[in-house]
Design a protein around this ligand. Structure first.
Ligand code: HEC
Ligand code: HEC
Length: 158
């Protein structure tokens, strides 16, 4: 009888383990979506706490090394970080940052992102010069290419 209960117990344990495992959804970079979202939210809140009362003030006078996003209100910069950059690439803040020193440029991905902003601006200008495009709002951003992946696709998925 004892043996029966023991095997039932281990069966339940295996079942619980697998059903838990199945519920972890991964993004296109193979990172668990839920914990990534929670972690980003947490970092945004930590930074927000340090800029209390200055949310509407220009990023370059609130943060320490703003080269591209000058004039953007501090709170908007955090939205760009969370929804514009992290989500577009499917990564956490730590892909580009040392999360104990946000102004540090030690990760290449951060400097690459500045160049990507420059490149995106150039492409936007080029698009607005294509006169035959009727849309007034023809534009691009990080999501246009990255679509949730670190390396943009070169071919359609099957
Ligand atoms: C894909 C790269 C990338 C990701 C992901 C990213 N950042 Fe950034 N972050 C940057 C770049 C680039 C800058 C500098 C912008 C500039 O020079 O105008 C920056 C600047 C910042 C700054 C200002 C630091 C200072 O003092 O100068 C903060 C704070 C920040 N990011 C927070 C975050 C948070 C929080 C997340 C996650 C929700 C995040 N970032 C995700 C690229 C990234
Ligand atoms: C026109 C398409 C395009 C746009 C728009 C674009 N990227 Fe990229 N990005 C690329 C390509 C292509 C690569 C190189 C991928 C490879 O082969 O490694 C890349 C690489 C990167 C990398 C390095 C990948 C890594 O290993 O970390 C970062 C970071 C990055 N992009 C951030 C951004 C951000 C932030 C934006 C928006 C400001 C952006 N990109 C907009 C096409 C684009």
């Amino acid at each position: 009888m004892k043996k029966f209960y023991l095997s039932l117990l281990s069966f339940t344990a295996v079942f619980v383990f697998f059903s838990f495992n199945n519920s972890v959804q991964l993004n296109q970079n193979g990172l668990p979506i839920d914990s990534l979202e929670a972690e980003k939210e947490n970092f945004v809140n930590i930074v927000k706490e340090t800029i209390k009362g200055k949310e509407g003030v220009s990023s370059d006078s609130v943060f320490r090394d703003i080269q591209m996003l000058k004039g953007v209100p501090a709170e908007n910069l955090l939205n760009i970080m969370n929804y514009g950059f992290s989500k577009a690439l499917g990564v956490g803040c730590d892909h580009c940052h040392n999360t104990t020193d946000w102004a540090s440029n030690e990760k290449n991905a951060k400097q690459i992102s500045r160049e990507m902003m420059k490149m995106s601006g150039q492409i936007r200008d080029m698009i607005s010069n294509i006169k035959e495009i009727e849309s007034e709002k023809a534009t691009i951003n990080c999501t246009t290419c990255h679509r949730g992946e670190i390396v943009p696709a070169l071919k359609m998925k099957d």
